[in-house]
Design a protein around this ligand. Structure first.
Ligand code: BJW
Length: 261
């Protein structure tokens, strides 16, 4: 296999990737915002549409922004929750879920907070940046509230039912530590996987962005699926250019052919 196959022979790259994936005994799938784009969920580094187009999401996803204007940051999450709740998993999420049926030991490590991998049927999902489906009070003493627990409250942000402090989503903002169990699990799986399929991440936000680097350093074959030649592409073995919703179903179909199922 050549060290790196990319645009000049995209079909070769896809078939090579399918052969590598079909032989995998421990496949890790590492995803970012791009995997949900075809479900209608905006990525971070490409502009939003509508009301939120004027704001930089990277400025809103910070403890400083929340301290400065909690109601504003809350309304951004409320908007995103509405978009995600109305969204459906796309063909890319579904193809990833299908891999679990074809291969042993498939684990999804995601930076996304939208829950779409789980809704597509992936059963082993590590959420590195938390989830938009759970809330805690600001100092973290009371956790695990669901939208349904707080939906009736008029105040924005709603108050913690236990202590009366403001609630916030259980997500990871810039400058905050990642959930230690999730980070440890992701790092260990990266060091042990034989193939890592990376989908839809710019690979610039650390420590999550180190996950594919750990895998490659440990000898795994890293395959990157992205319409753009992004930061991570330079550190992968195979680059499959295109949207996840198109490339992943093709990849899984080719894997099926290799496995003869
Ligand atoms: C498609 C597609 C299609 C489009 N199909 N693909 C080392 C070096 C430098 C800096 C740091 C460092 N270590 C830490 C830092 C600081 C900082 C950081 O990384 N900054 C960089 C930006 C420079 N990191 C942190 O602050 C982290 N915390 C930390 O390090 O804590 C230390 C600590 C330890 C102990 C105690 C206390 C502190 C935390 C980072 C948290 C990031 N949070 C966010 C928000 C999450 C909640 C929410 O969603 O609201 O996470 S920011 C945002 O970026 C979000 C994402 O998960 C994350 C990554 O973005 P992603 O997924 O890659 O999206 P995009 O938009 O960047 O890319 C989309 C890609 O899809 C593109 O490539 C497109 O081409 C592609 N695409 N269509 C497939 N159809």
């Amino acid at each position: 296999m050549s060290d790196r196959l990319e645009d000049s022979r995209p079909d070769d790259a896809l078939l090579t990737a399918a052969r590598v994936v079909a032989r995998s005994a421990r496949l890790a799938v590492f995803t970012g915002a791009g995997v949900s784009k075809e479900s209608g969920i905006a990525t971070f580094r490409e502009s939003e549409t509508g009301l939120w187009a004027r704001y930089d999401p990277l400025q809103l996803a910070t403890p400083e922004a929340y301290r400065e204007d909690p109601a504003f940051v809350w309304s951004w999450y409320e908007h995103r929750f509405g978009v995600a709740a109305a969204a459906e998993p796309n063909a890319g999420h579904r193809a990833i879920a299908e891999l679990e049926k074809l291969l042993p030991g498939v684990v999804v490590i995601t930076q996304n907070i939208d829950g779409l991998h789980q809704r597509a049927g992936s059963s082993r999902v590590i959420e590195l940046h938390g989830t938009m489906h759970s809330f805690r009070c600001i100092d973290g003493r009371h956790r695990g509230f669901a939208w349904d627990d707080i939906a009736g409250q008029e105040e924005k942000p709603p108050r913690c039912p236990e202590c009366g402090d403001y609630l916030r989503p259980e997500v990871v903002w810039f400058g905050e530590g990642l959930p230690p169990d999730a980070l440890n699990a992701a790092q260990q799986l990266s060091a042990r996987c034989d193939v890592m399929l990376v989908v839809g991440t710019s690979g610039v936000v650390y420590p999550a962005a180190a996950v594919p680097l750990i895998a490659r350093e440990a000898g795994a074959t890293v395959i990157d699926v992205n319409p753009e030649w992004d930061a991570l592409a330079q550190n992968c073995d195979l680059f499959l250019r295109g949207p996840g919703g198109e490339v992943l179903p093709q990849l899984v179909a080719a894997v099926r052919e290799h496995l003869d199922v």
